[in-house]
Design a protein around this ligand. Structure first.
Ligand SMILES: Nc1nc2c(ncn2[C@@H]2O[C@H](COP(=O)(O)OP(=O)(O)OP(=O)(O)O)[C@@H](O)[C@H]2O)c(=O)[nH]1
Ligand SMILES: [Mg+2]
Length: 309
């Protein structure tokens, strides 16, 4: 069984060497461990440091494309390397790398397809800033609500994925992948579990330069993922909201000597709500058809590859 350790790195010259050196090359139930680094247009000595530390493969983007783009480059290359399991490890070495077996064993035992190392299994450890924890939990609760599945940390980078899961991942947003990939795989019916991990927090983030920008981009990623995977729910909820406002306006207007609301406006809202639902229904049909073709194509490719062997 081959394990690929996927490390995304952007200007990590100070930390990456130490992190790579801590990765064990002998792990129970694993025959081979390979370290794959995706250098996302770093302008420092990240590549030299990773090479010195013994990374097996380093792939570089010419410019900085973002964590999501780096993740997809890493996933495609892990498939080419013949990975049976992929573990993502942040280059800053925040996570306790000794816990790799905790992440991969539930996959080896066929209990889960994805195992997420959660930093917040029992709430906030004292080492993590209160504000960061608050932000993390808002998004964790939102992703849990959208998925209908309870997560305790949706932004951690320490995770394990099975071969089947990596072959089916579709992350389309370049900025970040952590929340999108959970929704993507959950909606595709992969089994996602969590395991508690210990970590040492690094204060200076490479990813979050402005909280407002991070918040807006994450919101846009979560809502677009919902629209892509569950269009009927996204447009249906929006439609139900519009129609409800329209119906309530009509009810209020019908009360004698109370507030008068323009009848055309309320009828328009009810109609818009119905149209939104219809758009969702149409998108749902297109989505189902496309998902079916994708699955069929993937199976044909797999059969062809087996035939070639
Ligand atoms: N490919 C790529 N990787 C990046 C980029 N920015 C950060 N990373 C890597 O992604 C990982 C996580 O980045 P961090 O800066 O630790 O993110 P953080 O905001 O501290 O998030 P937490 O560690 O979860 O608190 C690290 O390995 C970074 O080197 C980027 O623009 N592109
Ligand atoms: Mg970090």
């Amino acid at each position: 069984m081959k394990l690929v350790i996927l490390m995304l790195a952007y200007n990590e010259e100070e930390r990456i060497e130490k992190t790579i050196l801590r990765i064990p090359r002998k792990i129970p139930n694993i025959d081979q461990v390979e370290i794959l680094v995706v250098n996302d247009g770093s302008t420092d000595n990240t590549v030299d440091m990773a090479m010195n530390a013994g990374a097996d493969k380093i792939i570089s983007h010419k410019t900085n494309l973002g964590v999501g783009a780096g993740f997809m480059t890493g996933i495609r290359n892990s498939i080419s390397l013949g990975a049976d399991i992929v573990v993502t490890v942040d280059a800053d070495g925040e996570a306790n790398i000794d816990q790799i077996p905790d992440l991969i064993n539930p996959i080896i035992n066929n209990q889960f397809d994805v195992v997420v190392g959660t930093r917040f299994w029992k709430g906030n450890p004292s080492t993590y800033k209160k504000l960061n924890y608050f932000g993390n939990q808002i998004f964790t609760k939102l992703v849990s609500f959208v998925a209908g599945h309870k997560f305790t940390d949706t932004q951690t980078g320490f995770r394990a994925y099975s071969k089947d899961a990596i072959e089916n991942i579709t992350v389309v947003n370049n900025f970040t992948y952590t929340q999108e990939v959970l929704l993507d795989l959950h909606f595709k019916k992969f089994r996602i579990g969590e395991t508690p991990i210990s970590f040492k927090h690094r204060e200076d983030s490479r990813l979050v330069h402005s909280i407002t920008r991070y918040t807006l981009r994450s919101l846009s990623i979560i809502s677009s993922t919902l629209v892509y995977h569950r269009p009927i729910m996204a447009f249906g909820l929006f439609g139900a909201l519009l129609s409800s406002i329209g119906i309530i306006s009509k009810l209020i207007s019908s009360i004698p000597n109370f507030i008068e609301i323009n009848s055309t406006l309320s009828s328009g809202l009810i109609l818009l709500g119905a149209v939104s639902f219809m758009i969702g229904l149409f998108a749902h049909i297109v989505f189902k058809r496309q998902a079916f073709s994708e699955k069929d194509l993937l199976e044909r490719i797999k059969r062809l590859e087996k035939f070639k062997e």
